[in-house]
Design a protein around this ligand. Structure first.
Ligand code: ATP
Length: 440
């Protein structure tokens, strides 16, 4: 983990939030490469979940939502974690995080102290915001604790402004905020984070809804595998009865085998009619759906897939990180991020063999200009070729292209593959086609 954190900082993936002023715990800023990675993750998610489907549309709701929404959804009452406090140093922990608690007890026992804990208290995770201009008359609103409710409160709006028929889904990507008791493990548990979610509305039918549930579980697991996470590092885990959220009829997590143990990457939840019926009850508005085929009115049930963009980014990075220790082989002792080409911040790097030969630089610039409109490309002319390869491997750039003296005569370039380190001569006229095929 330390190596990943340091690589992220050094190469511009992720920095600690508000670092200049001593930091703000549980917040992170994404740098030039991190924001490209996140953008690519979201784009791939949107492609799979919205663009390639006829039964899913997207939306983007406000982050600030009326406190009534959270009363209806049950969050003001039950969006809580059990909090315990160490009676010696007053540090607070989530009562269900055994590893952290054990670690804390160890720290004290080294000093020959025995920890006593307070009784677990309910701690609400919603982050409050005060809105209004007059002091004393400000209203409490909440930064959304999950992006889910923005979709459900718009169920009727989406239905009335589209031609969708059940079953259909509404997808959304956006920020959520939680007053986490113990933010940590880098970006894994943050106060501010981004979610990507699908709310899929189905008929209230036990058997059929479970079929959809299984279908979406499969789609989500495949999505991670298709984007390169090794299958042995992914698993499903069913929530135990006492772990189920207040709304859930069934819940399975997709977990990743992180350096700090198996951890939740995404949740797939059967939410039943919880959300729509609560919003109907609290708003007094009809939230039902009329099925014109069977001439019946009902409150749809919801199958939800809820993943974290930040957790996905972190686990994609961890899974792609390799240190190649064999210095004999190809002379390489390198760090390489074997990111899927679709996720890599840059797809291709272009170098002139020598930075002080204007004819090489000119030709290389031409190649670079022709590629950068097609692929995310980056220019590098610092140091020697070996260092440039090393630098691109470390950020996961799948291909490096070198323009040398032969290029000037033969109009071909050296293309070097990140994973195999093999080099090929390719005609400049064929370059776009070649990369296009390889990057798919
Ligand atoms: P946990 O048990 O780890 O607190 P959760 O079960 O509360 O997570 P959900 O409410 O199911 O999480 O949220 C859906 C997804 O949102 C999670 O799978 C995760 O990817 C992401 N997520 C939730 N909380 C955080 C957080 N504090 N920081 C980063 N990502 C988060």
């Amino acid at each position: 983990m330390e190596k990943i954190v340091s690589l992220c900082k050094r190469r511009g993936f992720i920095y600690p939030g508000s670092e200049l002023y001593g930091g703000l715990r549980g917040t992170w800023d994404y740098g030039p490469l991190g924001s490209e990675l996140k953008f690519n993750i979201k784009q791939e998610w949107w492609k799979t979940m919205v663009k390639e489907r006829d039964d899913v549309v997207g939306m983007s709701a406000a982050i600030l939502m009326s406190s009534k929404v959270w009363e209806a959804s049950g969050h003001t009452q039950s969006f809580t974690d059990p909090l315990i406090e160490c009676k010696i140093c007053h540090q607070r922990f989530r009562a269900d995080q055994e590893k952290e608690i054990e670690e804390h007890e160890k720290q004290h026992s080294k000093k020959k102290e025995k920890v006593e804990w307070t009784e677990p208290k309910k701690f609400n995770l919603l982050v409050e915001a005060k809105l209004g201009v007059i002091e004393g008359e400000k209203n409490t609103a909440y930064l959304r604790g999950e992006i889910t409710q923005g979709v459900h409160v718009n169920f009727k709006n989406v239905l009335n402004s589209s031609r969708l028929k059940i079953p259909f889904g509404v997808a959304q990507i956006g920020k959520a905020f939680r007053n986490e008791i113990t933010p940590g493990n880098f970006t894994f548990r943050s106060i501010e984070f981004e979610q990507m979610e699908l709310q899929y509305y189905v008929k209230p039918d036990k058997e059929k809804s479970m079929e959809y549930y299984e279908f979406w579980k499969g789609v989500r697991m495949d999505w991670y595998k298709n984007l390169g996470i090794r299958k042995e590092n992914l698993r499903f885990r069913e929530h135990a009865k006492d772990e189920l959220a207040h709304y859930a009829k069934a819940a399975w997590d997709i977990e990743y085998n992180a350096p700090f143990g198996w951890q939740e990457l995404e949740g797939v939840h059967h939410r039943g009619d919880w959300d729509l019926s609560r919003h109907q009850q609290y708003s007094g508005q009809d939230m039902s759906y009329f099925d014109s085929e069977i001439k019946e009115k009902f409150i749809p049930w919801v199958i939800e897939t809820s993943g974290g963009v930040d957790r996905a980014a972190l686990f994609f990075l961890i899974d792609a990180y390799f240190e190649e220790k064999d210095r004999e082989k190809n002379g390489a002792g390198r760090i390489v991020l074997r990111l899927h080409p679709k996720l890599a911040p840059y797809k291709v790097a272009v170098f002139p063999l020598l930075a002080n030969k204007p004819e090489l630089v000119k030709k290389a610039k031409e190649v670079y200009d022709s590629l950068k409109t097609e692929f995310a490309a980056v220019w590098d002319e610092r140091g020697n070729i070996g260092k440039r390869y090393f630098s691109q491997d470390e950020i996961g750039t799948p291909f490096c292209i070198t323009i040398d003296f032969d290029t000037l005569e033969k109009n071909d370039v050296t293309v070097r593959d990140r994973d195999t380190m093999k080099q090929e001569r390719i005609k400049i006229t064929e370059l776009i086609n070649y990369l296009d095929k390889k990057l798919k």
